[in-house]
Unconditional design. Structure first.
Length: 132
């Protein structure tokens, strides 16, 4: 039997994870749709699957040259604006499906709410006033 090191498969394999992260940062409307911990987890799960399938299909349909530098096959595919738009649209579709799911209606938001932010601002003002 092979040792654990030989059969280990990373749960978030590159380059798909990088592609999804980059597009999320470039499109704040996608991040706004997945604004709770559960939504974000589910978004990433389904986004990795669906974008992986899409990129795999594009890889079969379009040849990429072996890269001499650190450019991955996914980066090469995404240099084509049409391919990049397809990936963005797929991510947006996943985010919309999750945002529209009634199972998430009562989920707490990701990060601090307005009350927590207000309390922190008050704390920071008091702390800064005493430190000065």
């Amino acid at each position: 039997m092979a040792g654990h090191e030989e059969v280990w498969i990373p749960l978030v394999d590159e380059p798909i994870g990088s592609v999804i992260g980059d597009i999320q940062r470039e499109h704040p409307e996608i991040e706004a749709l997945v604004n709770s911990p559960r939504k974000l987890l589910d978004f990433r799960t389904f986004a990795y699957i669906r974008v992986g399938i899409l990129l795999g299909r594009l890889l079969v349909e379009h040849d990429v040259e072996p890269a001499d530098d650190s450019t991955t096959w996914a980066d090469q595919l995404l240099q084509d604006p049409e391919h990049r738009e397809q990936v963005v649209n797929e991510l947006r579709a996943v985010a919309l499906e999750i945002a529209d799911d009634p199972a998430y209606v009562n989920d707490p938001p990701l990060g601090p709410g307005e009350d927590e932010r207000a309390r922190f601002i008050e704390f920071a003002k008091k702390r800064l006033a005493t430190d000065a």
